[in-house]
Design a protein around this ligand. Sequence first.
Ligand code: OSB
Ligand code: MG
Length: 358
Amino acid sequence: MPLVRPFETSFGRQTAREVLLVRVLAEEGEGWGECVAMSAPVYSSEYLAGCVDVIRDHLAPALLAARTVRAVDVASILGFVIGHRMAKAALESAVLDAQTRAAGISFGEYFGAVRPEVDCGVSVGISSSLDALLDEVSGYVDEGYRRIKLKIKPGWDLEPVAAVRSMIGPDALLQVDANTAYTTADIDHLRELDAFGLLLIEQPFVEEDIAAHVRLAHAIDTPVCLDESIVSAAVAIDAIDRDATSIINIKAGRVGGYLEAVRIHDVCLERDVPVWCGGMLETGLGRAANVALAALPGFTLPGDTSASSRYFADDLTESFVLVDGRLAVPTGPGTGVTVRPELVAAWRTTAPELLARV
Ligand code: OSB
Ligand code: MG
C-alpha cells in the first residue's frame, strides 16, 4: 500500500507498506489480523517474509492442531516457538476477532475500554529540510493532532526540535523518537534536549541495553520512554524497577499480541507509569484494534494512532477520521471494521496460502 508521503526514520525510508493479513475461519465465523512486521528487519529482527515462513511452517500448524482455540490460549499454544512476536500477534488478533465477533462484543469491550474516543498524536518522519518539516508539522497541527512526535537521529535532532518548538509554542505536546540511533557517548548531547520541554524521548539506545537507558534517565530531565526494548510485561516491570523508563509505548505486535499489551498496561497502571499506544503504520484493521487498546484507563498520553489519511489515500477498511484531535473507538463486534475484499484482491502481490486443519 503506497504511503501518502515517504516516512523516514533513523533506520531507513519507507514509501509503501507491504502488509501481511491473516484470516482465520472458525465454525463460528471468520476473523482477521494484521501483521505489523516491516519488509526488512530494521525495526526489530522480525520481517514480513520471515513471518510468513514461521506462520506457515510452525505457528499455524500448532494452532490448527489444537481442538478449540480461544484468544487466551493462543500464546501458550505458540509458546514453544521462541520470539516471533509480531507473527504470533497477527494470529492471536485474528482468533480474537473471530471469537469476539461470534460473541457480539467489540475489542474495546473485551479489553475494558473506558472512553468512546482517544486522543491522537502523529509521528513525523525525518525531512529533507527544516522548511519541509515545518510545513508538514503545521499541516498536522491544523488538522487537530494533539501531540507531535519527531523522529530524530544524530545530525537531525536539536535544530528540528528547536524549530518545531518555536513554531508550535511552549504548551503544545512535543516528543522525539530516536529508534536506537544513539549511544551512551551521546548522553551530554541528548541532555541539550532538556531545553525544549519535551514530553519524552523514545528509545535512544539499542533495545537490549536497559542499563544505558538507566544512565540517560539519571542524566537528563526529559522522561525516557522505551519502545523497542519492551517485548513483554516482565521486561516492562524490570525496566520500570530499574528506572530505565518512566513512560511506556505499547505496541501489541512488538509484545506478541493484544492480550500481552493489556497486561503491560495493567502493570504500568499499578505502578503509576503512563502509557501510550504506538503504531507501525497499520492499515485500518490494525488501527481499529490499536484505538480500542488506547481506550484503556492507563493510556493517558496521545498515541501514534493517526487518521487513515495520514498514511494511505485509500485504507483497507472503513477509514478513520480525526474529529477534534480524536479517533472514535469502533463499537461493532470484533475489531468493528471490515477488510474491503476488492482492495485485498486488487492489491495483493502474493496469492493467499490456505493452511487447513488436518
Ligand atoms: O518507532 O514508533 C516507531 C513506524 C514504524 C516503525 C516504528 C515506529 C513507527 C512510528 C509511526 O513512529 C507510528 C505510526 O504512526 O503508526
Ligand atoms: Mg518508536
